[in-house]
Design a protein around this ligand. Structure first.
Ligand SMILES: [Zn+2]
Length: 288
């Protein structure tokens, strides 16, 4: 009995130490290594190289390939390299539609992409060449969505789709038909929600792409903390002043107000609702 308990404890210790190793390794590999960044810069400065053949994305993302989160990396913007040049020469506009909602702060949450007008069933195409990292459905958010990691280092997100025409881990080319536009998830009309991200951090797609012409603004886009992540102070400021509450079954406005140190009138004003509005469980109410 005693020896089997001992064996059991040894096994547990071994298992825990393996876990420790793994998490240490993961933390380590999450931060882009200095030399990787330099190699990447050198490569991008070398005009004789065919950039699309070199696939810098493999170095930047250090083999982290997960299909459960749009941003599994959680790399703070402060730890990104000061500047990185992204090759945007091989580009195709995802849909030929004008922006109906811009990147920036919204009433309930920050809008990390742009909304592009389309009709349900319109073609949605991959912006650059790359590989499909996520195909998923989010009822209260993106709806049916795809995330593609591109060879140039960017990742793009395509949301509210009516149909997905690619498979997970499939390689795609710039301009390849990947989905049909739709109105799924948290959406008030057919549109494509489109994001551009670098190691998980959103960049305003309109900085890279001119959606009126359907072309990239420059053949290469220079990511800098100041220009590309200008909105960070807005996000931080909104986090300081705003607070949300997720409605639970049988909650009433007066209960929510009391619990969050406010009143029904203020809640109605903040959320553009009436005191008698039916509260759906799961809905986020702004309480501050
Ligand atoms: Zn959107």
């Amino acid at each position: 009995m005693l020896s089997s308990l001992k064996q059991y404890l040894t096994l547990i210790t071994f298992f825990l130490s393996t876990l420790g190793c793994l998490s240490q390794h993961t933390n380590f590999s999450l931060i882009p290594k200095r030399d990787t960044v330099n190699v990447y810069r050198e490569m991008l400065n070398d005009n004789s190289d065919d950039l699309m053949e070199n696939h810098p994305a493999e170095d930047i993302y250090n083999n982290i390939w997960r299909s459960d989160h749009v941003n599994p990396y959680k790399i703070p913007i402060d730890s990104l390299p000061d500047s990185v040049r992204i090759d945007c020469s091989n580009f195709f506009v995802p849909v030929h539609g004008l922006i109906t909602s811009v990147f920036g702060p919204r009433r309930y949450r920050f809008h990390y992409g742009v909304d592009l007008r389309l009709k349900v069933g319109d073609s949605v195409r991959s912006a650059f060449s790359g590989k499909v990292r996520i195909i998923d459905y989010e009822a209260r958010g993106y709806g049916n969505y795809i995330v593609i990691r591109h060879n140039n280092g960017l990742e793009t997100v395509y949301g509210h789709l009516s149909a997905v025409l690619v498979k997970l881990n499939q390689n795609v080319k710039a301009g390849q038909l990947i989905a049909l536009g739709g109105n799924t998830g948290h959406s008030t009309g057919p549109h494509l929600h489109f994001e551009t991200r670098y190691i998980g951090n959103a960049i305003n797609p309109a900085q890279i792409i001119d959606f009126t012409t359907g072309h990239v603004r420059e053949r290469s886009y220079l990511i800098t903390k100041k220009q590309s992540f200008y909105y960070q102070h807005e996000v931080k400021a909104s986090l300081l002043v705003t607070k949300y509450y997720k409605v639970r079954k049988h909650d009433t406005l007066s209960q929510i107000a009391a619990r969050n140190g406010t009143n029904v009138k203020a809640l109605c004003r903040l959320n553009s609702i009436k005191p008698k509005t039916h509260l759906k469980p799961g809905v986020r109410l702004r309480v501050r």
